[in-house]
Design a protein around this ligand. Sequence first.
Ligand code: SF4
Length: 260
Amino acid sequence: MKPDTTATTAATERTRDALDLAPRFTEHDAVRLNRMFRGSTTHEMLEAVIRDRLAGDLAVVSSFGAESAVLLHLVATVDPAVPVLFLDTGKHFAETLAYRDELVRLLGLNLVVLTPDAEELAKRDETGLRWSYDPDGCCEIRKVRPLEKVLVNYDASFTGRKAFQAATRANLPRFEVDTSDAQGRLKINPLIDWDAGQIEGYFIQHDLPRHPLIAQGYPSIGCSPCTSQVAPGEDPRSGRWKGWDKTECGIHKPGEEPFL
Ligand code: SF4
């Protein structure tokens, strides 16, 4: 006798109906949020988004680089419990780790350290030198995958991108859908309309500490093997992956890297 599968099938259909498999945010939501905060200050927008949970569960992704302190301070002023995700690639300058710890202490940040998968690292970068012959593969193991794994737990992430940094950012809105996967997370760019003078002014006004490597000629700071000093007047990004046809780490599309 054949088993009666009708009841099981019906239950499966019901479960499927009950599961909401649609992306969390759509383009329409992003447009609506941009309209809602037109004319609002950055602080007003952050207060509403964080305190009223307009974008669900939030995280900041930070490399604790040259300008990171501004957004971290702004977010921590509203709610220091917002998780700050830091990709510990194992290749950072000691100065970056010390600066990270200083800002965590000063601002009371909720730091979450993400590390590469040990097994994958052993298999694909046993010598730790993959950066020297395959930087894309190295970034993939040490940055892209660890972040991907954790971001599925959030509805939105903050970036530190600013329109003045690149032509590709000139028209970026405050809210956009993160297209790196099909989850429908939001990317929020609170500093998109800030200029270099405002960033500098914020550092001074709030007496925020500077990354110690800036004074040594590093205006854009990433992993130590892939970051070089830059001469005055040179493009700040020219010190990243010098000698390689590579400008981004893969976490964001070209022109979208958060200068955090
Ligand atoms: S920036 Fe360099 S060292 Fe860091 S993950 Fe990418 S390739 Fe590896």
